[in-house]
Design a protein. Sequence first.
Length: 542
Amino acid sequence: MIDENAYDVVVVGAGFSGLYAIHRVRQLGLRVRCFEAGDGVGGTWYWNRYPGARVDIESMQYSYSFDDGLQQEWRWPEYFSPQEDLEAYANHVADRFGLRSDIELNARVNRLAFDERANRWHVSTENGHHVTAKYIVAATGSLDAMNLPPFPGLESFGGQWYHTARWPKEGVRFDGKRVGLIGTGSTGIQATPVIAQSAEHLFVFQRTAAYSLPAYNRPTDPAYERAWKADYPQRRAKMFGHFAASYTENDQYRSVFDYSPEERQRILEEAWAARNGLLFMRTFSDISTNLEANEIVAEFVRGKIRATVRDPKVAELLCPTTYPIGAKRICMDTGYFEAFNRDNVTLVDVRANPLAEITPTGLRTTADEYDLDIIVFATGFDAVTGSLTRMNVTGLGGLDLREKWRDGPTTFLGFLVAGFPNLFMIHGPGSPGVLVQMITGGEWQVDYVTKIIEDMERSGRQRIDTAPEWEQRWNVEVEEAAKRTLYNYADSWYVGANIPGKPRIFMIYIGGFDRYIQRCTEQVANGYEGFVFDGSVPAEPR
Ligand code: N01
């Protein structure tokens, strides 16, 4: 008799990687069930529906490549899509490929336990589902577990408060309201100008100023769309061979020091006027690797802030000076700095005067009190590991993933954890994750993992694992790649510095998507070197 609750594969999360994983697993003829915490599909683009939410990579690339019919027929109205267009696209994909019948919505996974005698995972959800599966594909997203710092007094607040990553579907009305926004990362920077348009007054509480570049969003030019669609296969192929999984017309750039100061200024001005944020960061080859080169570009960007913000004191406060440009994810905005020229927007420096408590009527810093009707927390995420550890995962011998990662995450090739067999992570720690264009990166990882599943099913294998020596070796590769850059100079979520007590480890492989593909492919081609099947003895790393 068939056990209705026994699946070959459980996919956790119906974001972009999860949706594609369902599709691929089905193509293998295996039984799949996807559990999704939200009441709709889209993952990041389902949850992050705060005002101004928009992707920072052009949508012609930030989209699936696996089906040419899909990429030819879909139309992106804007160059950088707003959240609602990305959510609509995820829904279209779910319908077009008939994925919904395998997705359980409103089902947050709260327990994953490996049964080593049966070689099966037991999966439970908050709303009472209990199933088993041979394999888990954890497509839980790098930026899913929201970070709400424990501000004292929050429960006493008499107004409304929201976290940007759990924004209500019906939206929030700001007109006539005094609003406090805490956090000036990518999210706060996108939300500020939109909230400012309707709020009676907006107070932006800034702890660290951020580098932000103009998005130059615009309606999609039909000629640009035609060019992409005519050339999609070639461009996608280039993306799969590109260090950032992106397509650029010209990646031939040189050191800052190859140019005279006047030439640099001209190049930067041209790039500022013509290139959107992420491309601007590729103006010179050494921006991310040489502090002196970086400072030249950082100072140029500070000059733009000073030229935009009328009040020199506010402008200076908005100038980031404590870390190199690009060492935190660069932000892209539409009118962020301009918003501080409005009479109804006030910047509050909570580095100098930290937030002390939330009060029944607003918020108190060590210097002042602010009466507020609404507080918006744009305070980010327990990134990369949070969505995995929050699921209560136990592997061989009952080992808890939180315990295993107490001193920082360890993985082999960013997708497998020793002692947690048959559990495949997409965009997991040690993978290129958010440092590459994530839809393409996710597609590649899903293809890789499903190929492994296919191989295992064909050869009758029950269990795939790795060994701590191989994790250590991979961690060294991840660390070495990070050391060649300036990323370690910032207290960012990349290193877990935004969560008190989280071990400081660079959690993302920055050696390049192309290099990552090569490394993953060669380990498999070398007879699955570094992997352990059915409890066999692992090979020693060379
Ligand atoms: O989160 P963040 P985010 N008191 O962690 C502040 C992606 N994304 O949601 O820097 C006061 O970057 C914190 O201050 P500090 C993108 O990858 C993409 O903005 O720690 N302030 C910081 O200012 C991005 O990197 C898009 O000193 C506190 C802010 O909150 C990632 O998501 C759009 C505080 C958090 O910034 C995360 O971005 C949006 C405290 N106790 C997001 N705790 C696009 O595609 C935190 N902060 C464009």
